[in-house]
Design a protein around this ligand. Sequence first.
Ligand code: HEC
Ligand code: HEC
Length: 371
Amino acid sequence: MSRFLLLTFLAGLLFLIACKKDDSMACNATEEGGLLDIEYDPSPYNLVIGEGLPVSMPIPTDNPLTVEGVELGRHLFYDPILSVDSSMSCATCHNSQSSFTDNLRFSPGVDGIFGKRSAMSLLDLGFNQNGFFWGGGVATLEQQALMPITDPIEMHNTWDNVIEKFQEHPSYPQMFRRAFGIETREDITKELAAKAIAQFERILISSGNSLYDRAIRGEYFFSDAELNGYQMFFDIGSGLPDAECGHCHNIPLFTTNEYTNNGLQEAATLEDFKDKGHGLITGDPFDNGTFRIPTLRNITKSAPYMHDGSLATLEEVIEHYNSGGKHSPNKDGLLLPLGLTEENKRDLLAFLKMLEDPDFNENPAYSSPFD
Ligand code: HEC
Ligand code: HEC
């Protein structure tokens, strides 16, 4: 270390000690002056939406996407200091290499307690305006981001604790300043943290370069199997059986984001569902056992499947639909025995594999900023 650096370091250390000992106005003023010295001039984030996806994303006017906000959100998403024992970040259960799931049936939280539902893919969720979670329990990403931190079966922390860690952190106060214009460390709130996380989540969008997208643009030619699968998926009259998938997993997102019962749970009456899903939110018994239709984009990466992770592979998913699903009073009318042959099933699988999105999985903007 050069003598100059050493001196600067010692001077800084003395200042810190002095401030710690004597929490006087002078110290605070100097420190807050530090934050105010940082320019607050966020740059709009240029969200590039690939071809074949919705042309625009609904963004709340009180939380516009900015480069600084997204960067802060990305740090918070990957930072284990959000959990009570610093052992777990959002990314523990939402891993970028697995379409932001954890490839587990159920995920253990910080205390080793397992939840009752499978972690969801976060791909393209900024386009969804029909509620979040499998049952649709929260309306916005800003509200959603507040929840895992205090959930006892997830990060089991308190917001007071997290905010204190942010305030003492060597770089978060500055990042909150750049993203949201805070003037003192005390201005850091859970709402601002949630806004930043929501901004990061909105940039997690499909690249529009899956084999399927490229085939639609004429940049790739369907194999015979893929073409058969495509025709069955969307019921494009070809003499092949109709697999009915496209009604619920519709383009461009491969979901309508509606709530329906796809025959996973056997139930004699509307009160017998093990997990009442959307019904727990609306209180309407007819919604019992219904769940939000998930996207099938990048579906090869997010096994196991369904809200309860009960289907381990895409082969099992196809068998499930081919059987027509289990009986319950409100099972969707599209769930009927499909009569697919072994060859039809292989072809449908070939089509589902086309939805893999290598450019999404390899996108460095989605990966941890700490690596
Ligand atoms: C212990 C594992 C775990 C951790 C940690 C975790 N999640 Fe989740 N996440 C889940 C599970 C499980 C669900 C589905 C819950 C349900 O539907 O009841 C979910 C659902 C979501 C959804 C809803 C997606 C959709 O399409 O509706 C979002 C968004 C989300 N998580 C973001 C986060 C963020 C942000 C963090 C960190 C602050 C986080 N999660 C931490 C397991 C986890
Ligand atoms: C009636 C609407 C409907 C139809 C038709 C339908 N699905 Fe689904 N799909 C759903 C719902 C709802 C879920 C989530 C159910 C749950 O988890 O409880 C789902 C989940 C899935 C999943 C799991 C996704 C994940 O992230 O876990 C896959 C894969 C899937 N469907 C593929 C298909 C295929 C292939 C077809 C055609 C053979 C099809 N679906 C037909 C409504 C439907």
